[in-house]
Design a protein around this ligand. Structure first.
Ligand code: MN3
Length: 253
């Protein structure tokens, strides 16, 4: 028994040492942070800068699906807060934001604080989210086209199956988080969700890949208009999706 226990401890220590070596290897790779190395790791995930960008539409432009007051508070308070806290975390943790892209920071987020993870994810996810939306301009159904439409049918069977899976991912995310459509390393589309402000670019969690679409299912994203009815908010959101932007992400990713 005693010998088994000693063996066990020895094995666990060896694993610990290996984890240390892996972390060290990560650090070495980090210092050799070339674009080529990043693109090998990430495909071509959409790069997003460290500052909050102006919206390309007015706060009331997404009515009636997302109301103006929700958009204003969401953008000027919640999202702006993540951006500010990310800048503070970068200063404290000595991240040179001129040299390190946000995508590569997120790829190595396990090396940083929880504050960096929450606010780095929070900033990226919101900038990504705003760019995924467009005002609903017509009464015809808002549908994917081209290569992405074909890939959705290939990997989910039908658009309806994909939308049902995505809706379930958002609906069933307990508490706060995000639903995602990602392009996996094998090129296939996949639906999933992440808690809090985590995202599929981070080297933690189960869902990994190039983000194609992300839906904020925190209550602050819908509560004023939809209260507890998250599924109604998700249903309305489909009218606002910019399939053009999604397709660009898919073909580059
Ligand atoms: Mn939000």
């Amino acid at each position: 028994m005693k010998k088994n226990r000693r063996d066990f401890i020895r094995k666990v220590s060896a694993l610990g040492l290996m984890a240390g070596i892996t972390k060290w290897a990560h650090a070495a790779e980090w210092s050799a942070n070339t674009p080529a190395a990043d693109s090998l790791m990430n495909g071509q995930a959409e790069e997003i800068g460290y500052t909050q960008q102006p919206l390309s539409y007015a706060f009331n432009a997404l009515e009636p699906y997302i109301d103006a007051l929700t958009m204003e508070i969401h953008y000027t308070k919640h999202a702006a807060g993540y951006t500010k806290n990310l800048a503070d975390a970068c200063q404290t943790e000595k991240v040179d934001t001129a040299a390190v892209t946000l995508v590569s920071l997120l790829n190595r987020i396990s090396n940083y604080s929880v504050r960096m993870r929450n606010n780095g994810g929070g900033h990226y996810n919101h900038e990504f989210f705003w760019r995924s939306l467009q005002p609903a301009v017509s009464t015809t159904p808002n549908l994917p086209q081209g290569e992405l439409a074909a890939a959705i049918v290939r990997d989910f069977g039908s658009l309806e199956n994909f939308q049902n899976q995505f809706t379930d991912a958002g609906k069933n995310r307990f508490g706060s988080g995000w639903a995602w459509l990602v392009k996996s390393a094998d090129g296939k589309l996949k639906v999933g969700s992440t808690p809090n402000q985590d995202n599929p670019l981070m080297d933690i969690g189960e869902l990994k890949g190039t983000p194609i679409l992300g839906l904020d299912v925190w209550e602050h994203a819908y509560y004023l208009k939809y209260q507890n009815k998250r599924p109604d908010y998700i249903k309305a959101w489909w009218s606002l999706v910019s399939w053009k932007v999604a397709e660009e992400r898919y073909t580059k990713g």
